[in-house]
Ligand binder design. Structure first.
Ligand SMILES: C[S@@+](CC[C@H](N)C(=O)[O-])C[C@H]1O[C@@H](n2cnc3c(N)ncnc32)[C@H](O)[C@@H]1O
Length: 257
């Protein structure tokens, strides 16, 4: 897929329909990100905004948002979910947002930083942030110590022995510090319990980009294994523990304001 002259490595077209079933970010994590701006209606660039999963949480806290998303299917859902709010949508990528320089109090990446060329996305973030503005990247990690998650992991690894979560579960501090553009990052970890209908949780697996990528033609078989495991539990609802994990860093330069 291309946007402008740039190639997008992660194509979410087939995953978009089920993506909205994914768990929300921990409310305290979003509170902390918005508080960084230190003002009531911060101007935010939400990058890789997709179906507006993080965007809706930011707008609910008074943010005025430019949402950047390269994928048409994801963006259409995001536009619908944020109709009549302070969100303006743009086609673009983290490495080349097309947004104006020195403008934003916050630049956020909800589960999207790992889809970018991170050093390039950090340079672009520093360009569009105002003096002392903040970068924030977050993900929701399933708590892999939970017994159900351990069984899911066993099913995945039975078919993909070297399955890995890649960059999304890595420490982001080294790449942020190596850019030389940001102060030392703060780490965010906030647990969130996702109470979810079984059908919705199983649907959300169908939007799992990293699993789809590594599973190749085994993707449907793995989804069927997870369906069977959960449906055999004979319950309608699940409580799934997640942790919202993130890195927050102020852009360097200038005196604190
Ligand atoms: C996992 S989804 C995250 C969606 C939403 N922000 C959230 O919080 O759940 C990743 C999104 O990043 C987008 N994406 C892919 N490549 C990108 C890039 N180079 N720059 C910015 N976004 C990108 C995808 O199209 C997708 O919508």
């Amino acid at each position: 897929m291309t946007t402008g002259s740039s190639k997008v490595e992660w194509d979410y077209t087939k995953l978009a329909a089920t993506y909205t079933q994914r768990p929300p970010y921990a409310p305290r994590a979003v509170d902390r990100i918005v508080t960084l701006a230190g003002k009531p209606h911060p101007r935010v660039a939400d990058i890789g905004a997709g179906n507006a999963h993080l965007t809706v949480d930011l707008v609910a806290r008074g943010c005025v948002i430019d949402a950047v998303e390269p994928n048409e299917a994801m963006r259409e859902i995001g536009i619908r979910r944020t109709a009549d709010t302070d969100v303006t949508w743009h086609v673009g990528i983290g490495e080349d947002t097309g947004l104006p320089a020195d403008r934003y109090d916050l630049v956020t990446f909800g589960s999207s930083f790992a889809t970018t060329d991170r050093p390039a996305a950090l340079r672009e973030t520093a360009r569009i942030l105002r003096r002392r503005g903040w970068f924030a990247c977050v993900w929701n990690h399933r708590d892999l110590t939970d017994p159900l998650q351990q069984r899911v992991e066993e099913l995945i690894k039975a078919r993909i022995p070297d399955y890995g979560y890649g960059v999304r579960r890595e420490d982001q501090a080294p790449v942020i510090e190596a850019s030389g553009l940001f102060e030392r990052p703060e780490v965010l970890r906030e647990p969130v319990l996702h109470r979810v209908a079984v059908d919705d949780w199983l649907a959300a697996w169908r939007s799992h980009g990293i699993l789809e990528r590594q599973a190749g033609d085994q993707f449907e078989a793995i989804l069927a294994d997870i369906d069977r495991l959960v449906l055999d539990m004979g319950v309608d609802e699940l409580e799934i523990p997640y942790v919202t994990v993130g890195w927050l860093a102020a852009v360097r330069g200038g005196e604190p304001v």
